[in-house]
Ligand binder design. Structure first.
Ligand code: PEP
Length: 256
């Protein structure tokens, strides 16, 4: 059975106090996680410290701390950047790489994302690697080749061991992110199955079957169960609905 994951992407939201309170609410509820079902809280850099404190206080198994980006360098004269080593100082184990908002607003290229992936793997960290197409690409039905190019350019240089140990893929169609326009369960399943077929072509079916592929894009308490019931959907990357315990916890339960 593949690992399942629900990851929260808090983006640039919440004060430090709100972050601490939300982490507390999540960690003191009955999450029913195990080594196969986990939760990752990807919080702003400035909030890692306080969420790390909550995690150490409550010691809930299978809840991990994540960041939303990092540098592809480990240290040096890179003003304003955050190193994976600094993230590890705060017990951060996961990092979102290639979110469409960073690709769009910070012009992050496939080449840079490849370099970030390599740096994170060199530090034994977990990568939540985002891919997904904009609306125009979906309209002209070229989403498969678009996503294939993103994965090939930034991930497919890895060997099978690096892939299985360090990579979780999140398919996030850009037209569904923050818009309320969720992909239908069939659209999600079709793309996830396509991604798995690419993995299988490159690494063989046994490896492809081990990689979790999460869905992201207006996933919420109402639609999570149906999305996650698809064979190739192994959980979700959740934005807006992860900002409140009462909308996030049902999504965790939908995974379980
Ligand atoms: C995201 O930004 O990763 C995301 C999935 O956002 P939302 O759930 O708000 O669409």
């Amino acid at each position: 059975m593949r690992r399942k994951i629900v990851a929260a992407n808090w983006k640039m939201n919440l004060s430090i106090k709100e972050a601490k309170d939300l982490a507390h609410q999540i960690l003191t509820s009955d999450l029913q996680l195990n080594e196969k079902n986990s939760v990752v809280l990807c919080v702003p850099f400035t909030h890692l410290h306080v969420v790390n404190e909550e995690l150490s206080k409550h010691k809930v198994n299978s809840v991990y701390l994540g960041a939303q980006n990092c540098s592809d360098k480990l240290q040096g004269a890179f003003t304003g950047e955050i190193s994976p080593l600094m993230l590890q100082n705060l017990n951060t184990t996961h990092v979102i790489i290639g979110h469409s908002e960073r690709r769009q607003y910070q012009n992050e290229s496939n080449e840079l994302l490849k370099s970030k992936v390599e740096t994170l793997i060199s530090q034994n960290m977990q990568v939540l690697f985002c891919c997904g197409e904009p609306l125009e690409i979906r309209k002209n039905e070229s989403q498969n080749s678009y996503v294939a190019e993103q994965l090939t350019a930034s991930l497919f240089h890895l060997n099978a061991e690096q892939l299985t140990k360090h990579i979780v893929i999140a398919y996030e169609p850009i037209w569904a992110i923050g818009t309320g326009l969720t992909a239908s369960p069939q659209q999600a399943q079709d793309m996830h199955a396509f991604i798995r077929s690419l993995l299988s072509e490159k690494y063989g079916n046994e490896i492809a079957q081990q990689i979790p592929i999460l869905y992201g894009g207006s996933c919420n308490a109402q639609n999570a169960k149906e999305l996650f019931s698809n064979q190739d959907v192994d959980g979700g990357l959740i934005g807006g609905a992860a900002l409140k315990a009462d909308t996030f916890l049902p999504i965790i339960h939908a995974m379980n």
